[in-house]
Structure formats: C-alpha cells, structure tokens
Design a protein around this ligand. Structure first.
Ligand code: PLP
Length: 437
C-alpha cells in the first residue's frame, strides 16, 4: 500500500508569502529561501529554540538548516542571548573601535595558528570580496582561479561559471556582471590536477590567487582527497600565487581552526563568516601579519565598513566562540553526526535504496546516486533532485526541516538532542520509503 502523509497547514505562511511578493523580488531577500526547488511555498519562521523552529501556522520542526550554518549551537542559545542583551543596554553601533572587537579577535587569534591578523566585515560575501582584492593588491596580479561547484558569495569576480573546455575564462553566472570582469576569473573542475597544471602553464605569472572552499559544501558536499589539496598548496606556492581558503562554512565547524587545521595546510588568506557571528552578520578575513599589512589604513588595499565590528554582533560571536573552545566540543559534534549518519546508512543498505550520505564534521548531505565518491560538481545527477523534493516534503510533513534544495547540506548543532535525532531518523526512514515506493 502506498504511504501518504498529510501536508502541513501553510495558510499563514502562504498569506505572508503573497504579501512578501509585493515588497521583494520573488517575495524573498535571498533567492534560495523561495522554495523554488522543493514542494510548496516557503515557511515563514516565527521563532526558534535549541534545535526546534516554529512557523507562522504553529508547525514545529527539528531544524537541520540552522540558518545555513551559523547556528552550530542551535537557536536561542542562553549564553549568546545574555551576551547580546548586556551589550544592548550600551548602544547598537558607534562607528568607533570597541573593546569587543579586540576580545573576539584575541579569542580567534590565540586559538588559530593559521592567521596572525584579522579584519572583521559584515558578511561572507564581503570577506571573500576583500580577500580577493588583498590577493590582487599583494601579488600585483589580476587573474583568479575558482572551482566549478564552489560558492563564494555574490561579488562580481565570483559570479562566474565554467566555460567549455578544460581551462577557459569564466562566463558570468549572473546578469549584470561585466564580461571583462569574468575574464579575470578562470573556472576549473575540482579534483583535477591536470587542469591546475594547465592553468598555471597557460597563465604563467598572471594568477593572483586560487580560491577554494575549505570543504566544498555549497553544491552538494564535495569531499576532496587531502592529497589534491596538498597539490593545490604546492602548485600555488611554486607559482607565487596565493591560496585562499574560503572557510565561511568550514571555519569553526570542522574544528575551531577549520579546514586549514583539518588538512594541516597553511593557506595565504582565510575567510570566515556564518558561525563567527553566533547568528549575527559577521564575516572576517585573516592572514599573516606581513600580508595583512597591505590593508588600509596600513597599506594600499582599501577596505572599509560602517558597521564592521558591530558591538552587538561581536558580543554574539564572543559568546559563541567561547563555547566552541570547550574541550571535546568538536569531538562530540562529530561523534553525534557520524552516529546519526550510520543509523540511516544501515537502513539504506538494508532496503538497498539508491542514496548515499556524505559527511564530514557536523555536515551531512544526501545524494540520490550509486556513486560512493563525488568530488566534482559534474558528478551530481541533476535529475536525482526530484527525489530530494519528495523527501523534503515528506520530512516537513513529519516535523523535520531540511534546506529547500537537494544541493544544500544539512547541519547538526550541539542543541540537537538524542531524542531529536532519533525522531529525525524515524522520519527519514518513512521519507525514503515514500521516495522509493
Ligand atoms: C555562505 C557562503 C558565502 C557567502 O556568505 P554570505 O554571508 O551569505 O555573504 C561565501 N562563501 C562560502 C563558502 C559560503 O558558504
């Protein structure tokens, strides 16, 4: 007999979304929120507590989107709330330095041996955009290399996709990005040493930097062979090009020192975002003292921000990072996630379903495929996304909230309890039975 679940009520969310259409393009302030790749219209969230969120219709969900990564401690964390509340009494913004910036910076730099100086900005996009400018300013070269399947925010230089051929200039992936800009960005496939060799041969002494996500996690979870990342480090050094690790997701997620420490690789510049602000808008980039000397007002590379280092955001970041520094925090996260994934994997094996779960740290990703290894964007089967869509609906109907696209990864926070995860595993089993019935 076919399994059917009753759809949750979306009356209020639907009404809010209709209203939002009058205000915002597509009814949203960031495109993926529009639920274009999954069933129904977006849920309007009213509040969150620990691992749970409630929508406008009063539906409750266990949340695995976690605001796209920042909420590694779950929603409404008491320490973060307290830290923010005590700063609220003192003012929201001064546009002058505060003690809190020093405090957050010290917390990071004391516990991260991969950067010596840091600059706070207000988003991941801004961090990456600034890191690119720094790399260009420092090397006095213009071209950058990015990888197909890595997302680095929405700055012009990075809204570029692969052209045809092994090594080509990028094509813009958004209207409004000048062709001339795209020509400064070369896009190649991940996990392809030959492409890297060719790019450095073809553009000798022209490449300012190669940028890669610490672990590519914005277009599926594309786990790379550490050997390949070592090769990337080597070839960039050999060519006096910079290696930029975009750790906006992996920073403070794969460990306090992120992917750099995970691989044991020293990048030239590292960007952060998401977790660093404890749920508030903060981004950052860091490098050695020598490289950071190029940033204004010390050096010639200009970069500024009215709300950079905002005291409320710093207060949230300080509280969050202090918790992350507790012993065993990351070990617990990883153990919990692996245990969660293994239980679902046993079920999948038993049922012989065509789906894999890739995981690292507290990140996981469902891929509807037989492939046991996916390292490149072009290995993802776009047609399989219809299966994700079915799963997503079946999960919502059982009170489990996953990101609204099969290309998005899931996050487990320290607020997810054993009970939350057990409930979710049961729901996933039902959802997979529905997908494959
Ligand atoms: C989210 C993300 C960005 C962009 O950050 P925003 O805060 O959304 O601007 C950049 N790089 C990576 C790797 C990201 O995951």
């Amino acid at each position: 007999m076919a399994i059917k679940l009753e759809d949750i009520s979306r009356e209020k969310s639907t009404e809010l979304f209709e209203n939002a259409q009058k205000f915002f393009p597509g009814g949203v302030n960031s495109p993926v929120r529009a639920f274009k790749s999954v069933y129904g219209s977006p849920l309007f969230i009213e509040r969150g507590d620990r691992a749970h969120i409630w929508d406008a219709d009063g539906n409750e969900f266990i949340d695995f989107c976690c605001s796209w990564g920042p909420l590694i401690l779950g929603h409404n964390n008491p320490q973060i709330r307290e830290s923010v509340a005590s700063q609220l009494d003192k003012g929201l913004s001064f546009g002058a330095p505060t003690r809190l910036e020093n405090e957050l910076a010290a917390l990071i730099l004391k516990n991260n041996s991969y950067i010596e100086k840091i600059r706070f900005v207000s988003s991941g996009t801004e961090a990456v955009m600034s890191a690119i400018r720094l790399a260009r300013g420092y090397t006095k070269r213009d071209k950058i290399v990015k990888f197909d399947g890595c997302y680095h925010g929405h700055s012009d230089a990075l809204l570029v996709k692969a052209g045809s051929g092994l090594v080509t200039f990028g094509e813009t992936s958004s209207a409004g990005v000048p062709k001339a800009f795209a020509e400064e960005t070369i896009v190649i496939a991940l996990d392809d040493k030959a492409a890297l060799e060719k790019v450095f041969a073809d553009f000798k002494d022209q490449i300012a930097a190669v940028i890669i996500e610490g672990v590519p996690a914005n277009n599926g979870l594309l786990l790379q062979d550490p050997e390949y990342i070592k090769f990337l480090r080597q070839i960039t050094s050999d060519n006096s090009s910079m290696l930029i690790f975009d750790e906006v997701i992996t920073g403070f997620r794969l460990g306090f020192q992120g992917a750099a420490h995970y691989y044991g690789i020293q990048p030239d510049i590292i960007t952060y975002g998401k977790i660093i602000g404890g749920g508030m808008p903060v981004g950052a980039y860091g490098a050695s003292n020598e490289i950071m000397e190029s940033i204004s007002p010390q050096g010639p590379v200009y970069q500024a921000g009215t709300l950079s280092g905002n005291p409320i955001a710093m207060a949230a970041g300080i509280a969050a990072l202090n918790i992350l520094l507790q012993e065993q925090f990351y070990k617990n996260q990883e153990d919990t996630t692996l245990n969660f994934v293994e239980q679902i994997r046993s079920f999948i094996q038993e049922k012989k379903y065509k789906v894999q779960i890739f995981t690292i740290g507290s990140i996981f990703w469902f891929a509807f495929t037989d492939r046991t290894r996916i390292t490149r964007a072009d290995q993802i089967d776009a047609n399989s996304m219809t299966k994700y869509k079915i799963m997503h609906r079946a999960l919502l109907n059982q009170g489990v909230y996953f990101g609204p696209s099969g290309y998005e990864v899931g996050f487990i926070s320290s607020a997810h309890t054993e009970q939350d995860l057990a409930t979710t595993i049961s729901a996933i089993k039902v959802a997979l039975d529905i997908v494959f019935q």
